[in-house]
Design a protein around this ligand. Structure first.
Ligand code: HEC
Ligand code: HEC
Ligand code: HEC
Ligand code: HEC
Length: 149
Protein backbone atom coordinates (compact mmCIF):
# COMPACT_ATOMS: atom_id res chain seq x y z
CA UNK A 1 0.00 0.00 0.00
CA UNK A 2 1.32 3.45 -0.92
CA UNK A 3 1.55 6.11 1.76
CA UNK A 4 -0.98 8.34 0.04
CA UNK A 5 -3.51 5.54 0.14
CA UNK A 6 -3.08 5.06 3.89
CA UNK A 7 -3.45 8.75 4.75
CA UNK A 8 -6.57 9.07 2.63
CA UNK A 9 -8.16 5.99 4.18
CA UNK A 10 -11.30 7.49 5.82
CA UNK A 11 -11.37 5.07 8.75
CA UNK A 12 -7.72 5.74 9.56
CA UNK A 13 -8.21 9.52 9.42
CA UNK A 14 -11.33 9.24 11.54
CA UNK A 15 -9.40 7.23 14.13
CA UNK A 16 -6.75 9.95 14.39
CA UNK A 17 -9.33 12.72 14.74
CA UNK A 18 -11.30 10.73 17.28
CA UNK A 19 -8.28 9.96 19.46
CA UNK A 20 -7.18 13.62 19.30
CA UNK A 21 -10.58 14.88 20.45
CA UNK A 22 -10.75 12.23 23.15
CA UNK A 23 -7.27 13.01 24.47
CA UNK A 24 -7.37 16.81 24.47
CA UNK A 25 -10.23 17.49 26.92
CA UNK A 26 -9.76 14.24 28.87
CA UNK A 27 -8.26 16.00 31.89
CA UNK A 28 -11.31 18.28 32.07
CA UNK A 29 -14.17 16.01 31.20
CA UNK A 30 -16.06 15.31 34.41
CA UNK A 31 -17.00 11.72 35.20
CA UNK A 32 -20.78 11.17 34.79
CA UNK A 33 -21.12 10.08 38.40
CA UNK A 34 -18.63 9.82 41.26
CA UNK A 35 -18.90 8.29 44.69
CA UNK A 36 -17.15 10.79 46.93
CA UNK A 37 -14.91 9.13 49.51
CA UNK A 38 -12.29 11.67 50.61
CA UNK A 39 -9.05 9.98 51.68
CA UNK A 40 -8.57 12.24 54.73
CA UNK A 41 -11.45 10.42 56.41
CA UNK A 42 -10.67 6.93 57.64
CA UNK A 43 -14.19 6.18 58.79
CA UNK A 44 -17.57 7.24 57.51
CA UNK A 45 -20.56 7.60 59.81
CA UNK A 46 -22.87 8.04 56.78
CA UNK A 47 -23.07 6.11 53.51
CA UNK A 48 -20.75 7.85 50.97
CA UNK A 49 -22.49 10.25 48.58
CA UNK A 50 -22.83 9.64 44.86
CA UNK A 51 -22.67 12.89 42.91
CA UNK A 52 -23.85 13.22 39.31
CA UNK A 53 -22.14 15.65 36.91
CA UNK A 54 -24.55 14.40 34.30
CA UNK A 55 -27.51 15.67 36.31
CA UNK A 56 -25.96 18.93 37.53
CA UNK A 57 -23.96 19.94 34.44
CA UNK A 58 -25.76 18.38 31.49
CA UNK A 59 -29.38 18.58 32.68
CA UNK A 60 -29.38 21.51 35.08
CA UNK A 61 -26.66 23.52 33.26
CA UNK A 62 -24.80 24.51 36.41
CA UNK A 63 -21.46 26.19 35.64
CA UNK A 64 -18.29 24.36 36.68
CA UNK A 65 -17.09 27.31 38.75
CA UNK A 66 -20.10 27.08 41.07
CA UNK A 67 -18.31 24.05 42.54
CA UNK A 68 -14.68 24.15 41.34
CA UNK A 69 -12.51 26.95 42.59
CA UNK A 70 -9.15 28.66 42.66
CA UNK A 71 -9.17 31.79 44.82
CA UNK A 72 -7.10 34.87 44.01
CA UNK A 73 -7.57 38.04 46.09
CA UNK A 74 -10.78 36.66 47.56
CA UNK A 75 -12.30 35.88 44.14
CA UNK A 76 -12.91 32.53 42.48
CA UNK A 77 -10.95 32.73 39.23
CA UNK A 78 -11.35 29.07 38.16
CA UNK A 79 -12.11 28.80 34.45
CA UNK A 80 -12.59 25.94 32.01
CA UNK A 81 -9.16 24.46 31.29
CA UNK A 82 -7.81 25.01 34.82
CA UNK A 83 -6.99 21.94 36.91
CA UNK A 84 -9.73 20.45 39.07
CA UNK A 85 -8.37 19.65 42.51
CA UNK A 86 -10.12 17.53 45.08
CA UNK A 87 -11.93 19.57 47.73
CA UNK A 88 -9.78 17.97 50.44
CA UNK A 89 -6.62 19.39 48.88
CA UNK A 90 -7.60 22.82 50.23
CA UNK A 91 -10.38 22.09 52.73
CA UNK A 92 -8.07 19.77 54.63
CA UNK A 93 -9.35 20.08 58.21
CA UNK A 94 -10.79 16.59 58.78
CA UNK A 95 -12.89 16.92 61.95
CA UNK A 96 -16.47 15.70 61.65
CA UNK A 97 -17.30 16.23 65.32
CA UNK A 98 -18.93 19.40 66.65
CA UNK A 99 -18.05 21.25 63.46
CA UNK A 100 -20.32 24.12 64.47
CA UNK A 101 -18.03 24.87 67.41
CA UNK A 102 -14.95 25.43 65.21
CA UNK A 103 -13.51 28.93 64.86
CA UNK A 104 -14.44 30.81 61.65
CA UNK A 105 -10.96 30.13 60.20
CA UNK A 106 -11.24 26.40 60.97
CA UNK A 107 -14.73 26.31 59.47
CA UNK A 108 -13.44 27.52 56.11
CA UNK A 109 -10.88 24.72 56.09
CA UNK A 110 -13.22 22.01 57.38
CA UNK A 111 -14.04 19.39 54.76
CA UNK A 112 -17.46 18.31 56.00
CA UNK A 113 -18.62 21.94 56.17
CA UNK A 114 -17.17 22.66 52.71
CA UNK A 115 -19.33 19.89 51.21
CA UNK A 116 -22.47 20.64 53.19
CA UNK A 117 -22.20 24.38 52.61
CA UNK A 118 -21.70 23.96 48.88
CA UNK A 119 -24.37 21.31 48.26
CA UNK A 120 -27.01 22.37 50.76
CA UNK A 121 -26.86 26.13 50.20
CA UNK A 122 -27.82 25.59 46.58
CA UNK A 123 -30.36 22.81 47.25
CA UNK A 124 -32.15 24.99 49.83
CA UNK A 125 -32.34 27.83 47.30
CA UNK A 126 -33.60 25.47 44.57
CA UNK A 127 -36.26 24.04 46.91
CA UNK A 128 -37.45 27.46 48.03
CA UNK A 129 -37.95 28.46 44.38
CA UNK A 130 -39.20 25.07 43.10
CA UNK A 131 -40.65 23.06 46.00
CA UNK A 132 -41.08 19.92 43.88
CA UNK A 133 -37.44 19.85 42.63
CA UNK A 134 -35.44 16.73 43.41
CA UNK A 135 -32.59 18.58 45.15
CA UNK A 136 -32.26 16.63 48.42
CA UNK A 137 -31.92 18.35 51.79
CA UNK A 138 -32.60 15.37 54.05
CA UNK A 139 -29.54 13.29 55.00
CA UNK A 140 -30.71 10.12 53.26
CA UNK A 141 -31.34 12.01 50.00
CA UNK A 142 -27.57 12.30 49.55
CA UNK A 143 -26.25 9.67 51.98
CA UNK A 144 -28.20 6.83 50.39
CA UNK A 145 -27.94 3.56 52.24
CA UNK A 146 -26.43 0.88 49.98
CA UNK A 147 -29.19 -1.25 48.44
CA UNK A 148 -29.62 -4.48 50.36
CA UNK A 149 -29.01 -7.49 48.16
C1 HEC B 1 -27.01 17.69 49.48
C2 HEC B 1 -26.31 16.48 49.85
C3 HEC B 1 -26.09 16.18 51.32
C4 HEC B 1 -27.04 16.17 52.32
C5 HEC B 1 -28.52 16.46 52.22
C6 HEC B 1 -26.33 15.79 53.54
N1 HEC B 1 -25.00 15.56 53.26
FE1 HEC B 1 -23.58 14.91 54.58
N2 HEC B 1 -22.17 14.97 53.11
C7 HEC B 1 -22.42 15.29 51.79
C8 HEC B 1 -21.20 15.13 51.03
C9 HEC B 1 -21.03 15.38 49.53
C10 HEC B 1 -20.21 14.70 51.94
C11 HEC B 1 -18.76 14.37 51.63
C12 HEC B 1 -18.65 13.08 50.81
C13 HEC B 1 -19.03 11.80 51.50
O1 HEC B 1 -19.02 11.75 52.75
O2 HEC B 1 -19.32 10.83 50.78
C14 HEC B 1 -20.85 14.61 53.25
C15 HEC B 1 -20.22 14.21 54.44
C16 HEC B 1 -20.83 14.03 55.65
C17 HEC B 1 -20.18 13.58 56.87
C18 HEC B 1 -18.69 13.28 57.04
C19 HEC B 1 -18.37 11.88 56.50
C20 HEC B 1 -18.98 10.75 57.31
O3 HEC B 1 -19.74 9.93 56.72
O4 HEC B 1 -18.72 10.63 58.54
C21 HEC B 1 -21.13 13.50 57.84
C22 HEC B 1 -20.94 13.09 59.29
C23 HEC B 1 -22.39 13.90 57.23
N3 HEC B 1 -22.16 14.23 55.90
C24 HEC B 1 -23.60 13.94 57.89
C25 HEC B 1 -24.80 14.37 57.33
C26 HEC B 1 -26.06 14.43 58.05
C27 HEC B 1 -26.25 13.97 59.50
C28 HEC B 1 -27.00 14.94 57.19
C29 HEC B 1 -28.46 15.29 57.47
C30 HEC B 1 -28.66 16.21 58.58
C31 HEC B 1 -26.32 15.18 55.91
N4 HEC B 1 -24.99 14.83 56.04
C32 HEC B 1 -26.92 15.68 54.78
C33 HEC B 1 -23.62 15.68 51.24
C34 HEC B 1 -24.82 15.78 51.92
C1 HEC C 1 -22.71 21.11 41.42
C2 HEC C 1 -21.28 20.95 41.65
C3 HEC C 1 -20.37 20.63 40.50
C4 HEC C 1 -20.40 21.16 39.22
C5 HEC C 1 -21.36 22.18 38.61
C6 HEC C 1 -19.27 20.56 38.52
N1 HEC C 1 -18.59 19.70 39.35
FE1 HEC C 1 -16.94 18.63 38.88
N2 HEC C 1 -16.95 17.76 40.74
C7 HEC C 1 -17.83 18.09 41.75
C8 HEC C 1 -17.49 17.32 42.93
C9 HEC C 1 -18.20 17.39 44.27
C10 HEC C 1 -16.38 16.53 42.59
C11 HEC C 1 -15.62 15.56 43.49
C12 HEC C 1 -14.57 16.35 44.21
C13 HEC C 1 -13.70 15.51 45.12
O1 HEC C 1 -13.67 14.28 45.00
O2 HEC C 1 -13.00 16.11 45.97
C14 HEC C 1 -16.05 16.83 41.20
C15 HEC C 1 -15.00 16.26 40.49
C16 HEC C 1 -14.60 16.66 39.21
C17 HEC C 1 -13.43 16.17 38.52
C18 HEC C 1 -12.41 15.20 39.08
C19 HEC C 1 -12.87 13.81 39.01
C20 HEC C 1 -11.90 12.88 39.73
O3 HEC C 1 -12.12 11.69 39.61
O4 HEC C 1 -10.97 13.35 40.42
C21 HEC C 1 -13.37 16.80 37.30
C22 HEC C 1 -12.34 16.61 36.20
C23 HEC C 1 -14.51 17.70 37.25
N3 HEC C 1 -15.23 17.59 38.42
C24 HEC C 1 -14.77 18.56 36.21
C25 HEC C 1 -15.88 19.39 36.12
C26 HEC C 1 -16.18 20.24 34.97
C27 HEC C 1 -15.29 20.39 33.73
C28 HEC C 1 -17.36 20.87 35.24
C29 HEC C 1 -18.16 21.79 34.33
C30 HEC C 1 -18.45 21.28 33.00
C31 HEC C 1 -17.79 20.42 36.56
N4 HEC C 1 -16.88 19.52 37.05
C32 HEC C 1 -18.94 20.86 37.21
C33 HEC C 1 -18.85 19.00 41.69
C34 HEC C 1 -19.23 19.72 40.57
C1 HEC D 1 -7.53 25.11 45.27
C2 HEC D 1 -8.12 25.17 46.59
C3 HEC D 1 -9.59 24.85 46.75
C4 HEC D 1 -10.28 23.77 46.25
C5 HEC D 1 -9.75 22.64 45.39
C6 HEC D 1 -11.63 23.89 46.74
N1 HEC D 1 -11.75 25.01 47.51
FE1 HEC D 1 -13.45 25.67 48.38
N2 HEC D 1 -12.50 27.38 48.91
C7 HEC D 1 -11.15 27.64 48.76
C8 HEC D 1 -10.85 28.99 49.25
C9 HEC D 1 -9.48 29.65 49.28
C10 HEC D 1 -12.09 29.53 49.68
C11 HEC D 1 -12.35 30.93 50.22
C12 HEC D 1 -12.26 30.94 51.70
C13 HEC D 1 -12.44 32.34 52.19
O1 HEC D 1 -13.54 32.85 52.07
O2 HEC D 1 -11.47 32.90 52.64
C14 HEC D 1 -13.10 28.48 49.46
C15 HEC D 1 -14.44 28.63 49.77
C16 HEC D 1 -15.36 27.60 49.75
C17 HEC D 1 -16.72 27.71 50.27
C18 HEC D 1 -17.34 28.94 50.90
C19 HEC D 1 -16.83 28.93 52.31
C20 HEC D 1 -17.51 29.89 53.23
O3 HEC D 1 -17.90 29.42 54.31
O4 HEC D 1 -17.63 31.08 52.88
C21 HEC D 1 -17.29 26.46 50.10
C22 HEC D 1 -18.69 26.06 50.51
C23 HEC D 1 -16.30 25.60 49.47
N3 HEC D 1 -15.14 26.34 49.28
C24 HEC D 1 -16.48 24.26 49.16
C25 HEC D 1 -15.62 23.52 48.33
C26 HEC D 1 -15.91 22.21 47.77
C27 HEC D 1 -17.13 21.38 48.08
C28 HEC D 1 -14.84 21.88 46.97
C29 HEC D 1 -14.70 20.68 46.06
C30 HEC D 1 -15.77 20.48 45.07
C31 HEC D 1 -13.88 22.96 47.06
N4 HEC D 1 -14.38 23.94 47.90
C32 HEC D 1 -12.64 22.99 46.45
C33 HEC D 1 -10.23 26.79 48.21
C34 HEC D 1 -10.53 25.62 47.53
C1 HEC E 1 -25.60 25.41 42.26
C2 HEC E 1 -26.64 24.49 42.68
C3 HEC E 1 -26.30 23.07 43.15
C4 HEC E 1 -25.18 22.65 43.82
C5 HEC E 1 -23.97 23.46 44.25
C6 HEC E 1 -25.38 21.23 44.07
N1 HEC E 1 -26.57 20.82 43.57
FE1 HEC E 1 -27.35 18.93 43.68
N2 HEC E 1 -28.94 19.52 42.60
C7 HEC E 1 -29.16 20.79 42.10
C8 HEC E 1 -30.35 20.77 41.26
C9 HEC E 1 -30.92 21.98 40.50
C10 HEC E 1 -30.82 19.45 41.27
C11 HEC E 1 -31.96 18.86 40.48
C12 HEC E 1 -33.35 19.23 40.86
C13 HEC E 1 -34.33 18.64 39.86
O1 HEC E 1 -33.95 18.40 38.71
O2 HEC E 1 -35.48 18.42 40.25
C14 HEC E 1 -29.93 18.69 42.14
C15 HEC E 1 -30.10 17.34 42.43
C16 HEC E 1 -29.28 16.58 43.24
C17 HEC E 1 -29.50 15.19 43.61
C18 HEC E 1 -30.70 14.33 43.20
C19 HEC E 1 -30.52 13.83 41.82
C20 HEC E 1 -29.47 12.77 41.76
O3 HEC E 1 -28.43 13.02 41.16
O4 HEC E 1 -29.69 11.70 42.36
C21 HEC E 1 -28.44 14.81 44.39
C22 HEC E 1 -28.20 13.45 45.05
C23 HEC E 1 -27.56 15.96 44.51
N3 HEC E 1 -28.10 17.03 43.81
C24 HEC E 1 -26.38 15.98 45.23
C25 HEC E 1 -25.53 17.08 45.31
C26 HEC E 1 -24.27 17.08 46.03
C27 HEC E 1 -23.70 15.89 46.77
C28 HEC E 1 -23.74 18.32 45.88
C29 HEC E 1 -22.44 18.87 46.44
C30 HEC E 1 -21.23 18.14 46.10
C31 HEC E 1 -24.67 19.11 45.08
N4 HEC E 1 -25.74 18.32 44.76
C32 HEC E 1 -24.46 20.44 44.75
C33 HEC E 1 -28.41 21.90 42.34
C34 HEC E 1 -27.17 21.92 42.98
Amino acid sequence: MKRGKLISCPAFTAAIILSATLLAPAAQKPPATITIKPSIWEKFSQPPVTFSHEKHVTEDKIACNKCHMIYKNGKNVWKVGDPVEKCEKCHNQPTTRQVFNLTPAQKKLNLELAYHNLCLTCHRKVKSEHPTANAPIACAGCHKPAPTK
